[in-house]
Design a protein around this ligand. Structure first.
Ligand SMILES: Cc1ncc(COP(=O)(O)O)c(C=O)c1O
Length: 439
């Protein structure tokens, strides 16, 4: 299927690549030139199966014509309008469509441009909500070790991954971390592990130590994604919900990865049966074709903030130049049609048992020390060799040469294919990962 593309002739030096080993990459680049369906193609035409939906974005498979055409039409009709004090119909329409997927009650949708922006927006919403309700002292936040909440300073403070924090100081003060849930007895468990619900009591301990009345919100990924797929222990999220309710704390689910079908339901909230107060999303909302994120807020939070504002004038001093950008809204609306017409979420749920069983066959592959999985996401963790992350990094390069793209973190290979994947694609991914582990 692949066809030859010209090699890049330009210098690679000017572009400062994000989250990448710049010097190493530029000395030995691994480029992609185009993509279609389940595959990327290298400049010399080799196919790479996409085992991580790009970066958990491309739920509907690559280069969907419906989205490309919708964006093209939009840019010829209304390329941009100020999102402050002006509106365009697609932003309202997309918010209505998104709210048909979110849990009941989370029906007020604030658009941003990325997951990181969704995180910092939600922190500000939480602070604002408590302030207008006469509790301005609620300024502390709780998150969890091994969490990833993007790269803006709020997200850095919430982050539970050392490399994302250590160079940047404390970020915001007043952020405390619960322990992670990766217990030794949960190794190689399929789906939600049995052990660890009691770790949610760390939140109660924070309340006891700092005063529950001082905590604004507790942020968690329903399943930690970027760290390497840590599904919540059974009962863990319910326990967090209870402690938040008991102490007047907002529960925030960061569903930037777990949203839009990845967990086998619309959102992790529905997959795990626990409803947060704020739900963050990005990535698959536009199939990754345009930058967009969103915060879905409970109507009560929106009402409290907007009712407290002046009769005329701005209620929430927050927003981005590109919030609800017309091209992103057009892409999002086209994607909503694809979710409906291609029954993407039902497909993910149907493929999940096959996917999980197939990934767990890698348990006997060389160096594998754990496999975690839920929905259409799994992590295969290999023993560290030559320092943490070194083996994962080498594997990452080898996989490109073998013909597979995936996201790795440290020594975990994270497998989360587009929701349009079929069994044969899962088999190909498993074969190629095994090949790389054996090499
Ligand atoms: C849970 C979570 N939150 C936030 C983010 C940040 O999203 P972005 O890279 O779009 O800023 C990510 C990115 O992977 C994520 O996984």
């Amino acid at each position: 299927m692949g066809h030859a593309e010209p090699q890049v002739s330009t210098s690679l030096q000017s572009f400062w690549m994000p989250f990448s080993p710049n010097k190493e990459f530029k000395a030995d680049p691994r480029l992609v030139a185009r993509a279609e369906g389940m595959y990327f193609y290298t400049p010399d035409g080799r196919a790479l199966i996409d085992a991580s939906a790009g970066l958990f974005c491309v739920a509907a498979g690559h280069c969907r014509k419906e989205i490309a055409e919708a964006v093209y039409r939009q840019l010829q009709t209304l390329d941009f309008t100020a999102p402050f004090l002006r509106g365009h119909s697609k932003s309202f329409e997309l918010a209505e469509r998104v709210a048909t997927f979110t849990p009941a009650g989370l029906n007020r949708i604030f658009f941003v441009n990325s997951g990181s922006e969704a995180v910092d927006t939600a922190m500000k919403m939480a602070l604002m909500f408590h302030r207008v309700r006469g509790q301005p002292q609620r300024q502390l936040f709780v998150s969890r070790e091994r969490a990833y909440h993007g790269v803006n300073m709020g997200g850095v403070a919430l982050a539970g991954m050392v490399n994302n924090r250590r160079a940047f100081g404390p970020g915001l003060p007043g952020v405390y971390h619960m322990r992670h849930t990766a217990l030794p007895q949960n190794k190689f468990v399929k789906g939600q592990p049995e052990h660890g619900a009691d770790l949610a009591d760390d939140l109660q301990r924070m309340c006891n130590l700092y005063g529950g009345e001082n905590i604004a919100a507790c942020f968690v990924e329903p399943t930690a994604g970027s760290f390497g797929c840590l599904p919540p222990p059974q009962g863990y999220l319910n326990r967090l919900r209870q402690i938040c309710d008991d102490n007047g704390i907002l529960l925030v689910f960061d569903e930037v990865i777990t949203g839009w079908g990845r967990m086998g339901a619309n959102f992790g909230a529905q997959a795990f049966g626990v409803t947060p107060d704020l739900l963050l999303m990005a990535k698959a909302i536009t199939n990754g074709a345009q930058p967009m994120g969103a915060v879905a807020a409970k109507q009560g939070i929106y009402d409290a903030i907007t009712d407290a504002g002046p009769k005329q004038g701005i209620e929430f001093f927050h927003g981005y130049t590109y919030s609800a950008h017309p091209a992103s809204c057009a892409a999002g609306l086209a994607m909503m049609d694809i979710f409906r017409d291609d029954r993407l979420i039902e497909r993910a749920a149907a493929l999940s048992p096959y996917f999980i069983d197939a990934i767990h066959t890698l348990a006997d592959a060389p160096g594998v020390v754990d496999i975690r999985s839920v929905g259409l996401m799994a992590a295969v963790e290999v023993a560290a060799v030559g320092g943490p992350g070194a083996r994962g990094h080498e594997l990452q390069k080898k996989l490109y040469d073998i013909g597979l793209h995936l996201k790795s973190t440290g020594d975990s290979l994270i497998i989360a294919p587009p929701l349009v994947a079929e069994r044969r694609h899962v088999d190909e991914i498993v074969d190629k990962v095994r090949q790389a582990l054996k090499a």
